[in-house]
Design a protein around this ligand. Sequence first.
Ligand SMILES: Cc1cc2nc3c(=O)[nH]c(=O)nc-3n(C[C@H](O)[C@H](O)[C@H](O)COP(=O)(O)O)c2cc1C
Length: 382
Amino acid sequence: MNPSRRNLLISAAGAGLALLGVGAAFAATRTPHRAFAPWQVSPADDVRLHAFRHAILAPNPHNRQPWLITLVGKDEALIHCDLERRLPVTDPFDRQITIGFGCFLELARIAAAERGVSLAIGEFPEGMPEASGRLDGRPIAHLKFVGEAQADPLFSAITIRRSVKEPFDTSRPVPSAAIEALAAFGSARARVGGTDDMALVQDLRALTWTAWMVEANTHAAFKESVDLMRIGKAEIEANPDGIALGGPLLEAMALMGLLSREQMLNPASAAFRAGIDKYRPIIATAMGYGWIVSRANARTDQLEAGRVYVRMNLHAARAGLSMHPVSQALQEFPEMAKVREEVSRRLSLADGETLQMLARLGYAAPVTPSARWPLEGRIRTV
Ligand SMILES: Cc1cc2nc3c(=O)[nH]c(=O)nc-3n(C[C@H](O)[C@H](O)[C@H](O)COP(=O)(O)O)c2cc1C
């Protein structure tokens, strides 16, 4: 479809809104307030609940929120993966899902420290699944809230942290000092790289776009994302996870039959092309990149990558710098292998190293939070 036809559809959706007689009034009611409620964290809870109310705000792949929390005794907890909430096509070895657990554990640690309590994290206490296989029913972590800890200044950023899935301001370069500050979050097991060098940025923009198109044109991979799209307020509130397509315009398009999952999956449809038109400027406006590389790729290295990533993301949020993971090129389904190799080569990875995260950097206007399931549904007591 040519751009003018697409614009026509969008105007038709706008006109549809007007015809529905709703306009601004309709727009004002489209915010999924219930799905955003977990971001309003009350300070009243005991330390474990306080820690987990913050931990569930962690960045995580496709916002699947795969954590299951079991409170044990007075000061312990076990964290398991809800195995139904993985992404078997685009994340066949559960590597990215495990990174999300690293983000979760680090936020729990920071939130406990805010209450002056130290969190002892025992990773994979019943053994570690092979990184070449999949996660299983064994716990990801055993947690014990013991001893004293100093507050961490990153705490204040937990509720303002976002993955900013919007175009960035191309008139605002990312200062080298900002890249250096992010690199300082690297650890012995998860080193951080970054660039504001526009030659490298241009190459990474091109590679991440190629990767995006590979995913879009690989039916099973794209279907995994499309199946998780929540179109409009009612769907977002019914399932506050996955990929939210909110806002009055998209809802109007859906109401008018211009935006359905079937259409989004069909490369010949306007909805598929609209998806490409939405993401192209997002990928094309990266003004810098940050990435995390680990020498080994055991499950514990993946957790460490998540812990480092979320610390970078919190720091960036405090500094007003937007971050957005672009993981398509890192995905491990066969069709992506060539692009993955090219990105690893362009980032000069050594043999045997694993690129765990790649995020674009830049500046954008503030965005709304992403949806979350309430903590109560993810927690049980034994
Ligand atoms: C391991 C990992 C990979 C991710 N990959 C992508 C990605 O490729 N594209 C994207 O838009 N967001 C990606 N994200 C961000 C998630 O989509 C995001 O964290 C989730 O939707 C929740 O939103 P929030 O971070 O704003 O709270 C990734 C996050 C993690 C932890």
